[in-house]
Each structure stands twice: as C-alpha cells, then as structure tokens.
Design a protein around this ligand. Structure first.
Ligand code: GLU
Length: 418
C-alpha cells in the first residue's frame, strides 16, 4: 500500500492509539470518547502586509483544538507554519493529552497554529497577526482553561505578545501562556527544557540497551530550539554528533561536529546555511548516515516508507511530534530498532511549562537547578513506567506509553462522571 504523508497525521495518531486500545480491551464507545475533540475553533485573521511597494490585505487561518481536559486545563503549543491545517492540529492536540498524562502533570491536551510562513512577514506584521489571533481566541483561553506555549516557529517573544494582549482585558495573568521571556515571568531553563529532556531520555534508553553514551554516534535532524539544545547537551555528555541538518540541508563529520560553534552560528544567522563544520549532505542522506542514535527533531512524517529503509541507527528518539508514520514505525520495529515515542521523548518542554505555570500562579521564582532536577524526576518516572509495562505486556514502547496515558485519562473521565 502506498503511504500518504503530510495530510494524514490524524489517521496515524488513531492507529497508534488503536494499538493501546486493543491492549486495554476498550469498547467502541470508550474509543470514541478518547478520540473526539472537546472543542475546535478556527478563525480568519485579515492583515495588511507589504507587497513590493504597496500594501495588500492577506487573510490567515488560525486554529485552536482542545482535545481533552479531564485531568486539568487544556495545554499545548502554538505553531506558525504554512502546513498548518485542522487535521494536523487535531492530531497534535490529542498527542498533548497523552503526553501530559504520561508524565503525570495536571493538564489536558490542546494545540493551535496559524497557517503562515513567518519568514515572509516583518516583525511588526507578525506581532499584529499574533495579537489578532489572541483577540479572536480570547474566549476559549484562560489560566485555568487553556494555556498556549511555544512550538514550531514560535518563541518567547511571541509568548510575550500573547501575554500582553490577553492581559489587556483580563488583568496581569502571566500564567495564561508558558515559554515567556524571563523578564515577564518565564522559567529559568524553559528554553532548553525540551532539548535537554531529549538528551536525558536518550541517556536512559542507551543505559537500558547497555550502550555507552560517551562516544556514541548521534545524528540529529532539525536544528531549531529542540534539536540544537539536545545536540549541545548530548555533546557535553560525551556523545559525538556526527550529523545535523535544518531546512537548507545537512552536515556530516565522522568525528563529530563542533555543536557549540554550530549553535552560535545558527543563533547569529538564523540557520546552518554557510556553516562549514562538516561535509555538506542532503537531508535524505542525513537519515541514512551510519550512527547509533537518530533523533528526528524537525516536522512530522520525516521518517516514512520512503526513508525508513535507509535508517541505520539502533535507537530512534522522537524529539519532534509524530516524526515517524505508522507504516514506517512497524517496519522499523520489525528490524529491531528501538523507538522512544514523542510523548515521552520530548515531554521535558511541557513539564517545564507546568513548572512555569505553577511559578506564575504562586508569583514565585524557581532556580534553574530545581527545574532541571524536577523535570528529570518526572521523565525518569514516566520512562520507568513505560519500559516496565512494555516488558510485562510484551509490547513496544509507544503502545505501552499510550496504555499508561489512556488508562489515566479514562480513569479521570470516569471519576468526574461526564
Ligand atoms: N509545544 C511543546 C510540545 O509539543 C510544548 C507544549 C507546552 O509546553 O505546552 O510539547
């Protein structure tokens, strides 16, 4: 069967969920309850933009999907990307429900986005677009309702605009959004949290596989916030990052790329284009590099039936959300490749978001080492729970992780009685 990629995130998600549902012996009504979104909002945002020497009006579509809030307020990021559409946001919102449940933080799941290529807008246009999105979504957001955060192509500055716009009509509510700049109630360590969490989970998985992290060869696809901090941390822990890439292509160095220099370069220039720390390779070749660990940290569906065959790693750690299609997932597992699922691998970010939210509600300031230690404690508990269930039930790690999450969400639904 030929695989459809890009437009079928929700189908992928449903298939992954199905595997856990079978293990748990749930009926069709329970499955329906778990699949459906609580609320899906879409808004049209007209914006005057510069076009050559004149101004034109373009209209952008924005979404917020709130999947489930049985365990706490809806929580999840906001992405700015031309591929954003309802099917993708719906799947990612559901993923957040399972992620927050797996790492046992008191949130549900949501996701939002605007279908836009932010590199085509000026900073002023981007700010206006963000503020209009907040104006239109304001009725469904709230510190105890739904709390956005950064995701693909959004950053602390975008979160600061969200906080400011929301606060115009609701008073000073820093907990309305997480991933803010430190000066506005942001959390020390939030920016690095997802990448550092990926590095920590990689170390736990390698240890269980009796493989040393020191000297391990690691390839990372994607050098944004998540990929770059994961690379920095893993290199500091002694691994050799032999391949990295961003949207303009990849770099390979058999002895390891100087990640500190690459991260500095990317921060100053906005990407890796023009960085000469290794041999230039295509993104496709990058996935095929010989290595111990492959970390997809870009967009969904990059490891699919066209690319899966070439993967040589023994361990894949899903730093991005949904980077492996379900068909590729099955083939990789048959080849004995261990996959640490996204809801575990990249959960460091939302755990740190939880700490930021708590800090904001308490009007208190947590120290960086406290954040790091507590985040690792949450991740270690979730890793242990997932891997022991996988062994006991003789299932893969994704199915085990979903089993843990789905049971927790169902239990909350039953207790609340709706
Ligand atoms: N966007 C991140 C994720 O997919 C973080 C979400 C959050 O902190 O709410 O997990």
């Amino acid at each position: 069967m030929k695989e459809k990629i890009g437009c079928c995130c929700y189908d992928n998600q449903t298939i992954f969920l199905d595997q856990a549902i079978k293990q748990l012996n749930l009926n069709a009504d329970q499955k329906q309850l778990l699949l459906q979104s609580f609320r899906e909002v879409s808004v049209q945002i007209p914006l005057k933009v510069e076009h050559g020497d004149k101004e034109i009006i373009r209209t952008f579509t924005g979404y917020r999907v709130q999947h489930n809030h049985a365990r706490g307020p809806f929580k999840g990021g906001l992405r700015f990307h031309p591929n954003v559409q309802i099917d993708e946001i719906r799947a990612l919102a559901q993923l957040m429900t399972w992620k927050t449940a797996l790492v046992d933080i008191p949130f549900g799941g949501a996701k939002g986005g605007i279908s836009v290529d932010p590199s085509t807008l000026s900073q002023q246009e981007l700010e206006t677009l963000t503020r209009r999105f907040v104006q239109k979504m304001e009725p469904v957001l709230g510190v105890n309702e739904d709390i956005p955060a950064p995701d693909v192509n959004t950053n602390p500055q975008v979160m600061a605009w969200i906080f400011d716009e929301y606060s115009k009509t609701n008073g000073n509510v820093p907990g309305i959004v997480t991933g803010k700049p430190l000066e506005l109630g942001g959390l020390k360590g939030r920016l690095e949290a997802t990448g550092y969490g990926v590095a920590y989970i990689t170390s736990l998985a390698l240890e269980q596989m009796n493989m040393a992290l020191k000297g391990a060869k690691i390839v990372i696809q994607g050098f944004g916030n998540v990929g770059s901090y994961a690379a920095l941390r893993l290199q500091a822990m002694g691994a050799h990052i032999v391949g990295i890439s961003d949207k303009d292509g990849g770099l390979f160095h058999p002895q390891g790329i100087d990640i500190v220099a690459a991260a500095k370069f990317a921060q100053e220039t906005g990407g890796l284009k023009g960085f000469f720390g290794g041999e230039k390779i295509s993104n496709e070749k990058l996935l095929a590099l010989p290595c111990d660990v492959l970390i997809p940290a870009a967009l969904e569906g990059t490891i699919n039936c066209d690319t899966e065959e070439k993967v040589q790693a023994q361990l894949i750690v899903e730093a991005a959300n949904m980077p492996i299609t379900h068909m590729a997932d099955e083939k990789l597992r048959k080849r004995g490749i261990i996959i640490i699922p996204d809801i575990l691998a990249n959960a460091g970010g939302v755990i740190a978001s939880y700490f930021e939210w708590v800090q904001n509600i308490q009007r208190f300031d947590w120290e960086r080492n406290v954040v790091q230690t507590r985040m690792e404690e949450h991740l270690a508990r979730a890793y242990e729970k997932t891997s022991s269930l996988a062994k006991q039930a003789d299932v893969d790690l994704r199915t085990a992780a979903y089993q843990v999450s789905v049971s927790r969400v169902l239990r909350a639904i039953e207790l609340r009685g709706f």
